[in-house]
Design a binder for this molecule. Sequence first.
Ligand code: SAM
Length: 290
Amino acid sequence: MADISEDKLSEKNVEDVGSRYFLPRNVEEAERMQNQHEWLKGGADGLVLAPIDLNRSKMRVLDAATADGYWMQDAKSIFPKDTEFVGFDNAPEGYPPLNSSPPLQIVKQNLVEEFPAAWKNSFDFVHQRFVIPLFKTEEVPLVLRNLIGCMKPGGWIQLVEMDFQTPVSKPIESCPAVQAVHKLTSTVVSDPLASTKLAGRLTDEGLVKVGYKAIEMVAGSSHPDPELGERGKRNMLSVLGFFQSVAKPEMIGMTEEEWKSLPQRFAEEMKNHHVALRVYFVWGQKAAAQ
Ligand SMILES: C[S@@+](CC[C@H](N)C(=O)[O-])C[C@H]1O[C@@H](n2cnc3c(N)ncnc32)[C@H](O)[C@@H]1O
């Protein structure tokens, strides 16, 4: 396979990357992602797990694939007041702007196209969440190099991604619908285990102090906080709906009937068992200039 990581992707490949994104971009999707954000923040006990010093002044933060910028709006409360936030997405116009004062700075930029020269070595913290598994394995180094290029020497990156494949629900033998959901999502995304490879990739790219934390995000009745459990359940059912809309029952060896009843069976399992999903927070630092 050609090494596209060194060169710019061809126009055809860039188009391909764009059309591979199958989630909608609209008000409902923005609300789903906001709900998912709150569920995740509760499960991880915060937004930033990378060991960055949050007390420094005049920091610059870049949020990649930011959608409506909800992460930036929330992260403002944990960074000093004089922090500058910039977000980008390849289709930010799809989401209604958040009511933020001053308005969030969100620009249009594709992760696989050349980044603005002004971004080079200019951010103290680069954050990206929930987009990497859509890229093919051979495209990921280019995405990471683009992001790492934006980090100041001494700056940090944090990547947050789901493991679509590894079952962590218990008892797994009582959760056939959960197993089917893993099979479905793993079939649709380009690399269901992309999250598990990120720490190694950051090390390969020369970052230092690379670390990670795998969080088990509980959805449904076994969450110790019923509100968060409900958020998780709602999120998982919406996500299942999107995956079903772009797939067919035969792709995972299901009958039409089994396919139709999958959401209801999944909901039942989230009520009766410990249903969870693993999310990786991965971080690394760009070595300080000598
Ligand atoms: C699942 S959403 C996650 C949004 C946000 N990061 C969050 O955690 O809520 C993925 C986002 O990636 C954006 N996206 C998809 N492909 C992209 C690309 N090639 N370049 C930049 N953004 C992209 C989508 O428009 C979408 O807003």
